[in-house]
Design a protein around this ligand. Structure first.
Ligand SMILES: NC(=O)c1ccc[n+]([C@@H]2O[C@H](COP(=O)([O-])OP(=O)(O)OC[C@H]3O[C@@H](n4cnc5c(N)ncnc54)[C@H](O)[C@@H]3O)[C@@H](O)[C@H]2O)c1
Length: 285
C-alpha cells in the first residue's frame, strides 16, 4: 500500500522524533497527544530542531517550512481515521498499548497498517488485542530517532506479508536502515546490547575500575564509539533498567537482570544525562 499520511500516537521523546523524520521525508503527519499543551510542546520541539538544521546549512528555509506545515497535532484519536500508517509511541505498558490498538482498529481504515514502537513488549501480544492482527507490525526506532539510522521492522506471529512490506517501504522512504526480524524479546539490538551493558556494569565492581577507566578500556580496546557507562547514561538508567527487567522476565537468563548497582541508581534518581547525574555529572539544560 502507498503511504502518504502517517499518524503518530504519543509525541514524547520517540514520537516527536519519529514525526520529525516523517515530515522531513515528505509524509503528512497527524500527531496525537493527550493534551493540546503536550502536542504544542512537541510541535515546538520539532520546529526548533528543523530551524537548527537551517542554521547549520543542512536544510533550506523552504524545506523547513514545508516540513513544519506537514505536521498537525491533535488530542482526538478520531483524527487519525484517514492515516495509511499509524505508529504508536505511548508509554511502555502492555495494557495501555492493547487498549490503544483496540481503539485504532475501530477508527482506522481496514487497510491501514498499525505499528508499535515498543522496545521490550511483545508485538504479538499487542496485536492479539485486536481482531485484525495481520495488519500490526513493530517499527522499533532508536533514540534519538532523527539521528539513529536503524529501524527494526518486526514481524509478529500473525503479521501479513503486505503489512511488513508497507512498513519496510516507509522505512526506506524515511532514509533509515531497515532490519526485518521476528517478534522475539529484545528483537535484535536490545537482545544483544542489554546483557552486554549489564556485564560491563558488573565488571566495574568485579575489576574495581572507575566508569572513566571502563569507558577508556572499551573505546580504546574494543573500538566502541562510546564507552558503556556513557552509553547507559545516554539511554537513561531508568530506561535501561526497565528494559533489562522486561527481558529478564521473558528469558530468565541471569545476564538479562539489571545489576543491583543500576537498580540503586535508578531508585536514587540518577538517571544519567537527562537527570544531570548518572555515572557522570552533566550540565543541565
Ligand atoms: N526512549 C527510548 O530510548 C526508546 C527507544 C525506542 C523505543 N522506545 C519506546 O517508545 C515508546 C515511547 O517511549 P518514549 O521514550 O518516547 O516515552 P515518553 O514518555 O517520552 O513519551 C510517551 C508519550 O505518550 C503519551 N502517553 C502516555 N500514556 C499514554 C496513553 N495511555 N495514551 C496515549 N498517550 C499516552 C505521553 O503524553 C507522552 O508524551 C515506548 O514504548 C518505549 O519503550 C523508547
Amino acid at each position: 500500500m502507498d503511504v502518504a499520511r502517517i499518524g503518530v500516537v504519543g509525541l514524547g521523546a520517540m514520537g516527536s522524533g519519529i514525526a520529525q523524520v516523517a515530515i522531513e521525508a515528505g509524509f503528512d503527519v497527524v500527531g496525537r497527544e493527550v493534551t493540546a499543551q503536550l502536542g504544542d510542546a512537541a510541535a515546538g520541539r520539532v520546529a526548533h530542531f528543523l530551524t537548527r538544521k537551517v542554521e547549520k546549512g543542512q536544510r533550506t528555509q523552504d524545506e523547513r517550512d514545508g516540513a513544519v506545515a506537514r505536521l498537525r497535532t491533535t488530542t482526538d484519536l478520531d483524527d487519525l481515521a484517514d492515516c495509511d500508517l499509524v505508529i504508536e509511541a505511548i508509554v511502555e505498558e502492555l495494557g495501555a498499548k492493547r487498549e490503544l490498538f483496540g481503539r485504532l482498529e475501530e477508527i482506522c481504515r481496514p487497510d491501514a497498517v498499525l505499528a508499535t514502537n515498543t522496545s521490550a513488549l511483545s508485538v504479538t501480544e499487542i496485536a492479539a488485542a485486536t481482531s485484525s492482527p495481520e495488519r500490526i507490525v513493530g517499527l522499533h526506532f532508536f533514540n534519538p530517532a532523527p539521528l539513529m539510522p536503524l529501524v527494526e521492522v518486526v514481524r509478529a506471529e500473525l503479521s501479513s506479508d503486505e503489512a511488513v512490506a508497507t512498513a519496510l517501504a516507509v522505512v526506506e522512504r524515511l532514509g533509515k536502515v531497515a532490519v526485518p526480524c521476528h517478534d522475539t524479546p529484545g528483537f535484535v539490538v536490545n537482545r544483544i546490547l542489554i546483557p552486554l551493558l549489564n556485564d560491563c556494569v558488573r565488571v566495574l565492581d568485579e575489576a574495581r575500575v572507575t566508569p572513566e577507566a571502563l569507558d577508556a578500556a572499551m573505546t580504546n580496546g574494543a573500538g566502541w564509539p562510546m564507552g558503556p557507562c556513557r552509553l547507559v547514561d545516554l539511554v537513561g538508567v531508568d530506561v535501561h533498567v526497565h528494559a533489562s527487567e522486561a527481558l529478564y522476565e521473558k528469558l530468565r537468563e541471569p545476564r538479562m537482570a539489571p545489576p543491583p548497582r543500576l537498580v540503586a541508581m535508578r531508585n536514587a534518581g540518577l538517571h544519567g544525562r537527562k537527570s544531570g547525574r548518572g555515572f557522570y555529572t552533566y550540565e543541565r539544560g
